[in-house]
Design a protein around this ligand. Structure first.
Ligand SMILES: NC(=O)c1ccc[n+]([C@@H]2O[C@H](COP(=O)([O-])OP(=O)(O)OC[C@H]3O[C@@H](n4cnc5c(N)ncnc54)[C@H](OP(=O)(O)O)[C@@H]3O)[C@@H](O)[C@H]2O)c1
Length: 433
């Protein structure tokens, strides 16, 4: 058999350990598929003595992670994480040394993807990151290759398994956000510091990569408007259900004459849309192509097995000599598209207020909406519990608007800012069309 593809592996945690186990288990099959064996030759992490459940004494150990770039290997795989620090130092050193680089690190790519893509092209080596978006789901390959003939105007989906786990548990069991978050942390679905997940930052990293691949634009993470699910109440989920919707945290990107629009936000998803049926930690991405129509990519978005599956798929491509530019076209061809003004967007909205239970409050909200030109389709009112952020006697008022410009809703909320009638911040969710 021909020469093995030699791998230097940085990071031996959840995903790194998974890669070692996958190559141990499926090595012979992978060698047949790739045309040659894929062999790890050197590894690096923080703690050499840690028990990792796999034998790492057969690999050379390198203390300084960045020095992995200089070992006798063909490809460096980075599974450390973090947008900068050792991961970025290793990426730069590897590409500068003229070696291919594989990573699962969406944070680093969202911030430095363009620079790294240019460096990979200059060195004529691969930069691959299938595992960085939606874990085991081959959505990068799907966009780069399968849908490459299409103009894609919109890409959107459930990009964070932790948030989807929490929202679907809140929905199924009627429990509040803090309670389900604590369970997700106990089960290992959520980090001790969950803010990257629940505030939408992780999904925003992934969305910026999907948008670049889908539209041929430069990754523009700084232009993603991100908010998360902290303020979603079980009452919102119940109201949405009564209206025929489910609440999902969606990353959504569109490219058109108005510019590049990228947003991570809780949405009301119609019950007959496939994303409404994605539950638990599953991820799903929809891409709409002008010839293929609507594509749906769905599957496990995290975990050692699925993520390792995506990492090793990238290695198989490299072993076969099959790789192109990182973002599906040469970095110089990626357009720097101006961000779209969200105020110009039209859509329907769900807006929920927690209000003091007194005469005139509904009239005040209705007047603010009317004065801003927002047309109300329906209005619901119910008592709020303490869990729902309500003070004694406070009430939840939820409105659904007719289709109209987002600017009008923003103006109505601005008019109501500081009103003595409101208890806490209103929650604005967009309705997926
Ligand atoms: N977990 C998932 O399901 C998943 C899914 C998709 C993408 N990813 C991405 O995959 C990457 C790895 O995630 P993970 O879940 O495997 O993380 P993890 O379990 O925390 O493992 C991180 C590994 O990196 C090593 N490390 C941390 N800081 C280091 C440093 N300063 N220098 C050298 N090594 C260092 C750790 O060493 P020690 O073991 O010695 O402490 C550990 O082996 C991240 O970019 C993550 O976003 C993860």
């Amino acid at each position: 058999m021909t020469k093995p593809l030699r791998i230097a592996l940085a990071g031996l945690g959840t995903v790194g350990g998974g890669v070692i186990r996958l190559l141990d288990t499926n090595g012979a099959l992978i060698a047949r598929r790739a045309g040659r064996p894929i062999e790890i030759v050197a590894v690096s992490a923080r703690d050499r003595s840690k028990d990792r459940g796999v034998d790492i004494t057969r690999f050379a150990w390198v203390d300084d992670t960045t020095a992995l770039a200089n070992v006798d290997a063909d490809v460096v795989v980075e599974l450390v994480g973090g947008s900068d620090g050792p991961a970025l130092a290793l990426a730069r050193a590897t590409l500068a040394a003229g070696k291919s680089f594989v990573t699962a690190n969406k944070a680093m790519l969202a911030h430095h993807g363009l620079e790294l893509a240019r460096a990979a092209e200059a060195a004529n080596v691969a930069l691959k990151f299938e595992a960085a978006v939606a874990g085991g789901v081959p959505v990068i390959k799907g966009l780069r290759e399968g849908a490459a003939a299409n103009e894609i105007e919109r890409v959107y989906g459930i990009l964070n398994g932790t948030c989807n786990f929490i929202l679907s548990k809140m929905e199924a069991e009627g429990r509040d956000f803090a309670d389900v978050l604590a369970e997700a942390q106990a089960l290992g679905f959520a980090e001790a510091d969950p803010s990257f997940d629940i505030d939408g930052v992780d999904a925003a990293h992934k969305l910026s990569l999907l948008a670049s691949l889908a539209f041929g634009t430069q990754p523009a993470f700084a232009d993603v408007a991100a908010s998360g699910i902290r303020h979603v109440l079980t009452a919102d989920i119940a109201e949405a259900a009564s209206l025929g919707y489910r609440v999902r945290l969606l990353g959504l990107a569109e490219s058109g004459p108005a510019g590049l629009f990228q947003r991570v936000h809780p949405h009301l998803v119609p019950i007959d849309h496939p994303l409404a049926h994605v539950t638990g930690a599953t991820n799903a991405v929809v891409a709409e192509g002008n010839f293929v129509g609507r594509l749906l990519f769905q599957g496990p978005g995290a975990g050692d097995g699925p993520t390792a599956s995506a990492v090793v798929a990238d290695l198989i491509d490299i072993a076969r000599g099959e790789f192109g530019p990182a973002f599906a076209m040469p970095a110089a061809a990626l357009i720097e598209q101006a961000p779209a003004d969200s105020g110009e967007r039209r859509g329907r909205a769900y807006v929920r207020f927690t209000v003091a239970d007194r005469v005139g409050v509904l009239a005040e909200i209705a007047a603010a909406m009317r004065d801003a030109g927002v047309s109300i389709e329906s209005l619901m009112q119910r008592g709020a519990s303490h869990d729902e952020g309500g003070a004694d006697g406070s009430v939840l008022v939820a409105i659904v608007t007719h289709e109209g410009p987002e600017r009008s809703v923003a103006q109505a909320l601005e008019r109501l800012r500081g009103s003595q009638s409101l208890v806490g911040q209103p929650l604005w969710m967009h309705i997926l069309a």
